[in-house]
Structures are given as structure tokens and as C-alpha cells.
Design a protein. Sequence first.
Lengths: 167, 162
Amino acid sequence: MASGQTLAIFHPYDNELYPSNGTTSFNAPIGFRNQQPYISLPKTSDFFATFSGVMPSWYAGGGITLYIWGVTASLTSGNLTMGLQLERRTTDADADSFTTIFETTVTAVSGTSGIPFVVDDNRSNGAEMDSIVAGDPFRLRLARYPLLVNDTVADAFQIIAVEIKEQ
Amino acid sequence: MASGTTLHIFKPKNNEPPTSNPATFDQRNAQDVLDFDGTTNEAARFSSILNRAYSGGGLTVICHVAATSATSGDVIFTAAIERRTTDMDSDSFASAQTSAATTVSGTSGITVPVTITLSSGANMDSLAAGEPFRVEIIRNAASGSDTVASDVEVTAVEIRET
């Protein structure tokens, strides 16, 4: 299949809750806004959202683009970035094996907090996507790591949907 | 991609119910269903991102419907699309489009497809590939042409390109 195709779509309910390390909870909480679910990622926490899928057969081996749709809790200005990691699930499931953290494109938030906007990111094939190929199970992890200095939005980012597309 | 392609499939657990008159989650023979009342118009809502296989045509929404107990009569469903580029603090669905009156199966546990056709453009809120959206499904039980007086159950909803 030609490039440009949708490879995966994730919904807030698809988030796979991450356990505490004993002192800190990493679970990005689900919330509802006008009856619509979202995953809340505050700026100052280490919360994760983690999604799993299988790379579909029509993936042709190119790079991927991630589209992370969401809204801010209330802020109407500032720039937002996120950290993302991919994991090809061919390693021991008892330990994480994600790529290093990549930072998404710097994106201005919507001027109306309830209007969705999209944060995107391109990852080239190979190491940046943990060498995932068609048919491989994989995980995607999203977070707003406090170390991401380009993220100037002190507010929570409420994720409503995520798409992975082949470039 | 050619028309007729499946773009999305929603199951009962994907429902994001409205506060007013929501369809009710239930199970039948251990299979998830959404119950839609026989007299009150009830709704289910699903969200996603329009698959990039969509090539600009209309959409066909197919609800797979079984009657809870009835073995005759017609049901009517509507479908409305909301392109999620407006303030999510209020709803912004396009005008609902209506199915034909569709006769339920003579065996209550057998589903029949109830088809709603949405032309491209305003009837699907001008939704484009790669955009987030919601679809609202309502059983139009209050219609005189919906002649099944009791609940019907939706097992799945498919969206195809027309």
C-alpha cells in the first residue's frame, strides 16, 4: 500500500496503565470533558500514556508521523511539546525496552482551550522507531517530561486521540 | 482507496455516552451490546480519527441491530458526524441523517444491518482524512415508522466510504 496510510489510531481508553515504582504513580488519569474522555498529562509530573498495537501488514517500511490530538485544560497560549518513545515488543516483556525519548515539534496551543489541536512528530525508520516492521507488536509511550525545555505550557494536556501514519 | 472500504469499526465498549438518554450497555449470551429503548430516542457516541484510506466520498454508517425479543417490525436509526475542530465544551454535530425503516430479523437474536448514508460535505460536517471526529447514533424510536415497541440491541457500528 502506498505511503500516507493510517497505521494505528489510539483512544483514551486504550491507555495501558503504568504501575507505581513504589513511591510515584505514573498513571496518566482519564478524565471527561463534555462527556468526552481524555488522558491528562500535567506538565510537572512523570505521568505516562502507553498504547500497544501491531504494525499492520500495509506498513511499507518508511518513517512514521505521529499526530497527538488534544486540548489544554484551560490555558490559551504557550508552546507545547511532548516526549515519545517506541518499543518493538520482541524483548522480554518483564522489562521496558523503549527507544530514547524524542521530543515532538513545538506546537502553539489553541486560543480556545476546548478546541483540539495537534502535536506531531516524524520518526525515521530504523533505530528511531526501534526497527519495528510490519507485523511486529509494539508500544508507544507519551509523556510530558519536565526536562523538555521547549514545553512552556504549565497546564495539563488532555489527549483525545492519537494517530500513527506512514510518511 | 476505492469506495466501499471499511474505515472504522466501533464496539459497545467504545461508546462515549451522552448524559441525556444514553443507550445502555448490556450483554446477550456473553456478547456486548448497546440497548436502545423502544419509546425514547436514545444515543451512543463514538470517537476516532478519520482513516487516511478515506478518499473524499460520502460515508455509510452501518449499525448491526438485533431486537431484544421482537421478531417483526421496523427500526430507524440516525447518524450525525461532528468534526472535532470546534470547542469540545459544547457539541457541534452536523444534522442527523436517517436510515430507511429496516425490518428486524424473524429471529430476535439475528442482527440486521441498518444503513445510514451521509453525503460528503455538510452532511458529514466536512470531515477530512486525518481529522478527529465523533459519530452519534440515535434510534429514532419516537418515529411512527419505527414500529418495534421494545428494545433493540446494537452489536457493532461500521463506517465505510460510500
